[in-house]
Design a binder for this molecule. Structure first.
Ligand SMILES: C[S@@+](CC[C@H](N)C(=O)[O-])C[C@H]1O[C@@H](n2cnc3c(N)ncnc32)[C@H](O)[C@@H]1O
Length: 314
């Protein structure tokens, strides 16, 4: 088998370049490969139905093996982990979350090149810690019910993480295990607080995010590249509880419209700064309140890019 790398502008151009009768295996990325006796018989609809994606040129770029979703490292106020499977799947190898929080969307696709941007220094420090730490070090952090019980060697990022684990769905780390978490523990819940199960799960997951990046600062420092953009800012109406919640929405709207690739912008019903469409009713927080989510999406036409083919020589 010889490997051919061609540059194409669209699937149609690409199909026209295929030699008649060529037997090829299309490298379609993590979901496997498929033989086609004659590439020219392959239509746009085939590719879309094989992959369930709307932009096959992007799909052809995917190379990393998918790995199972990671569990949340902590439960954050307004976190999108539970709702993430309802949002469109990423079409690009790079996912950017410019309002990272606990990165609920990226955790579902950990094998991608994930770039997180976060203005709240405490959250940025947690991500720096998780990306850098070895599993063996996480396993050495003792179980505690108060952050002050942690030994002095435990780094700042781990202290903040333990603090977030002390209560569910907070906007800042807590110091001691909440009454609610104690009650849930008594009812047999294993992941409340910084306990053995949570510590082991954290340790088992950190190696899966070694290739992620965290940038601390305003969302505008995100690299201006083609990517899947999952944009989940503090909500215009309900977002005031975040430590950093002062968003210039008209400026953010203009910025969202100029992202390249696939853009999803999350908001709550009632937001007006983009032409949001009703999206889903989601339950969130420990009280499982229903929130009416809206969404604005945009997908660029696939730009000219490289497609890798394996061309049969036999
Ligand atoms: C709605 S939360 C994101 C939740 C996230 N999608 C998750 O699944 O956990 C919004 C986040 O944006 C951060 N933030 C607020 N203003 C920001 C800004 N100007 N630039 C970057 N991050 C900001 C907040 O600190 C908060 O962590």
């Amino acid at each position: 088998m010889a490997r051919a790398v061609w540059t194409v502008g669209s699937l149609r151009d690409w199909l026209c370049m295929c030699p008649e009768g060529a037997a090829v295996v299309l490298e379609i990325g993590p979901r496997g490969s498929r033989d086609f006796a004659d590439l020219r018989s392959l239509t746009f609809a085939d590719v879309v139905s094989i992959h369930g994606y709307a932009t096959p040129a992007v799909v052809l770029h995917e190379a990393a093996e998918p790995v199972p979703p990671l569990a949340p490292f902590w439960r954050y106020y307004g976190g999108k982990y539970r709702a993430a499977p309802r949002y469109p799947k990423p079409l690009h190898p790079t996912i950017i979350e410019p309002f990272a929080g606990a990165a609920g969307y990226s955790l579902r696709y950990p094998e991608r090149n994930v770039v997180l941007v976060e203005k709240y220094p405490i959250i940025a420090e947690i991500w720096r810690y998780l990306i850098a730490v070895r599993p063996s070090e996480v396993l050495r952090i003792p179980e505690v019910e108060h952050v002050d019980e942690l030994p002095s060697w435990v780094p700042e990022g781990a202290r903040y993480l333990v603090g977030f684990c002390m209560n569910a769905a907070c906007t800042a780390p807590c110091r001691k295990l909440s009454v609610g978490a104690k009650r849930l523990r008594a009812m047999g819940r294993h992941f409340e607080g910084w306990c053995a199960a949570r510590r082991e799960r954290t340790a088992s997951q950190v190696d899966a995010i070694k290739h992620w990046q965290i940038l601390e600062g305003d969302y505008t420092i995100a690299p201006d590249i083609e990517a899947t953009w999952f944009i989940d800012p503090p909500y215009q109406v309900a977002g005031k509880y975040y430590i950093h919640a002062d968003v210039d929405y008209p400026a953010l709207a203009a910025w969202c419209r100029t992202r390249h690739g696939q853009t999803m912008v999350c908001e709550n019903a009632g937001a007006t700064w983009l032409p949001f469409q009703p999206f889903a009713s989601c339950k969130s927080g420990p009280a499982r309140r229903v929130s009416e989510e809206v969404l604005w999406t945009h997908v660029d036409h696939p730009a000219p890019q490289q497609v890798v083919l394996w061309e049969s020589t036999g």
